[in-house]
Design a protein. Sequence first.
Length: 568
Amino acid sequence: MRRTWKLVFLSLLAVGVGVVWRSEPARAQLFRELNNTREFFNDLAEGREPWQVMCVAAGVTLMAASLVSWIFQDDVDSLGTRIKKTIFHWVRKIPFVKVKVKEEMEKAKEGLGKSFMKEIRGEVVRAELPAEGVARAELLGELDSLGKDGEKDWGKGGVSGGLYNCSEDLTDLNTEVYRRFLWSNPLHPAVFPNIRKMEAEVVRWCCRLFNGGAESCGTMTSGGTESIMLAMRVYRDIGYERGIKFPEIMIPLTAHAAFTKAADYYRMKVTRVKMDPLTCQVDVGAMERAISNNTVVVVGSVPPFPHGVADPIQEIARVARKHGVGLHVDCCLGGFLAVFMEKAGFPIDPFDFRVDGVTSISADTHKYGYCPKGTSVVLYANQELRHRQYFVETNWPGGLYASAITAGSRPGSLIAATWATMLHFGVDGYVELTKKVVDTTRWIVSQLRNIPGIHVMGNPTMSVFAIIGSEEINIYHLNDAMAKRGWSLNALQLPPALHMCVTVVTTKEGVAEKFVSDVKECVVKLRKEPGSSTEGSAFMYGASQAVVDRRIVAEMAWIFLDLCYTSK
């Protein structure tokens, strides 16, 4: 455990004091040293007024106490991280450094702006709401203009993830469901009892799919991030009940960023555990060694977003049980493939509530559940855990206020569309689509393994895989080359890699073959002509990984987010 060294130090100190005290010569020497120290300080104070001595003593004591508190504080950041932050904070105050950083940030902003703003379509840009309403025909015409995207027809399968199923039948079904429940709001179950019933049924179905018992329960949420954050809030409160000031989340290095977002929101500490570089799974031994008295939950992913290799949940569960902490399994990405894998003919290690020690699960219905965007579920092993997720205000003049998730008002149409979509497919429909997606993924991976210059990371479990480059290939150059051919892949870092998420859209005839063919052609060309690092993801990710102060990288992300809210 991480704080064992402190206990060892205190034990050795106690033993040393005991040994010295039992030895008369040593005790006499100790008293002589203490007397010398007393005389030294008396000499320092000689000739000074009492108020001066008191002020100096108080100042030194405060400085020493502050230093000890800063070094040993039980904060969300480690000592090393805090030292680095402090150093770079002061370095950036040096005038020429400050100027240089500002110049580079302006260049990044200009470069991002040029590539980002060209994606905005439509000739009309409004800086303020018009005084008179826009006629229906004009509005629909403008929407048609904004909807035209000749360069990127993502319905053809060129995007990694994003669009999981956009069939016409499913689109028509959801359009009709939306229309019927457009104004409904589950915040008022007495007014919309039909929406309450639908949400309860969706949660129950999901509990059964993930092999939950009679006590298993959960709620719908707006997406995977909210599902994860709500679960982490539950474990935070459990930590508070145990007297832990900064409850700790233990996550694999590959776990989703939503866990660190939850820690940032809820004032928790995150400890990241390294992965095995060959298997891309979390090092369970390192995870167990890292657990401290402040750890309240450990995390595993099936599969994690970056490389698509499921963590060994049974091994992590053993660690969770041994140390008496919760285990959250993040199935946000592939959960609605994982639960149908065995029926589709793909064996998979147990990962759900069948595993003793699994206490909560998050899974996105809006991914491989093929439901509309903005829907997910968070599931718990029992109601005691779910109760900690609820928010209840009993002293508000407006009445008793209770909500199950972060939002108050919610769109009932999303719940209704999720309910309808899941019934539309049924188990057999999901099994059939799971077989298509996993078969396509495994075929692509088998073909990529035969292309010199790139390597597939680990042994992908379901629909996600990642490839890394070599001394011959800068993987970010490959990303830029594929983008020019109409593919939108995900750039990864630490280590540099590319990620592809296969969906139902990717299983369309010829899409997988074109992907493999384009990768092969791009790799062959890059091996002959390495390419430039002054544009695209090669510039952005290459530059970001070279920056030691990650706050600068964060500021580059702020620029990107600012551009998202720029209309012209």
